[in-house]
Design a binder for this molecule. Structure first.
Ligand SMILES: *Cc1c(COP(=O)(O)O)cnc(C)c1O
Length: 232
């Protein structure tokens, strides 16, 4: 991981990129949340984010978040951005405040039942395979209405919006298309179900500009803040 001083420089750099991207498409920077991705890095990554004013961090594995969370500020919210197996659903509900990767009706029913049993209400996002990538998790675009319907039936879950990961590609048009698909999917669902679904979690270190242009409200940023994971 980078040093604290380098992290501060990186953080200012990411904020500048977000401001610039917002200026280019006439959006208010306050409408885009920077969600630091602390996976594979020590708990200091989460503590630094908190000290810099951020109030949520993201992890992709249940166990890793569970082991870091007790050492981090209690006010920090933890969001799951990795694939959730149904046998980890209960643990995930206890560790995470938000689960962004709910991608099947079976999982949503299980989470809803377990959350109710635990007396918890949890925010979730629905992960959509908006880039139509066989290597990515997420429900198909055509299955999103059925998934939303199943999620809205769970009183212990609040669906705040949609999440997508763009396919790996050297062609920036692939990410652009993915983000536009996710936004259209959200707009269609919001209109046909009469719900707001304000959150669009899309965009990472390499493609945040096109995600902002397509309407992202949540940028999941790891390497641009903490350095590349492979060399860490
Ligand atoms: C790791 C990860 C990120 C952050 O990726 P960077 O390119 O390091 O910014 C974002 N979203 C998901 C789902 C991830 O797994």
């Amino acid at each position: 991981m980078v040093t604290y001083d380098q992290f501060k420089v990186n953080y200012e750099g990411v904020l500048a990129r977000i401001r610039q991207a917002c200026a280019q498409c006439g959006r208010n920077p306050a409408s885009v949340r920077l969600l630091p991705v602390t996976k594979t890095n020590p708990v200091e990554a989460a503590i630094w984010a908190y000290q810099s004013g951020m109030r949520s961090v993201a992890e992709n594995r249940v166990q890793e978040a569970e082991s870091k969370r007790p050492s981090a500020p209690a006010e920090l919210r933890w969001e799951l951005i990795g694939h959730l197996q149904s046998n980890k659903a209960k643990q995930a509900l206890q560790v995470f405040d938000v689960m962004q990767t709910v991608d099947s009706a079976e999982l949503v029913v299980r989470l809803g039942r377990l959350a109710a049993e635990l007396g918890l209400v949890r925010e979730i996002m629905l992960q959509v395979n908006a880039g139509d990538d066989p290597a990515k998790f997420g429900c198909d675009l055509t299955e999103a209405p059925r998934l939303l319907e199943a999620a809205m039936a769970q009183s212990a879950l609040r669906v705040t919006g949609l999440m997508a990961v763009a396919p790996l590609s050297d062609d920036p048009a692939v990410a652009e298309r993915t983000f536009t698909n996710l936004r259209r999917c959200r707009d269609t669902l919001a209109a046909s179900f009469g719900v707001a679904l304000p959150e669009l979690s899309m965009g990472m270190s390499g493609d945040l500009e096109s995600a902002v242009a397509a309407g992202s409200t949540c940028l999941r940023i790891g390497s641009a803040l903490y350095g590349s994971r492979s060399s860490a």
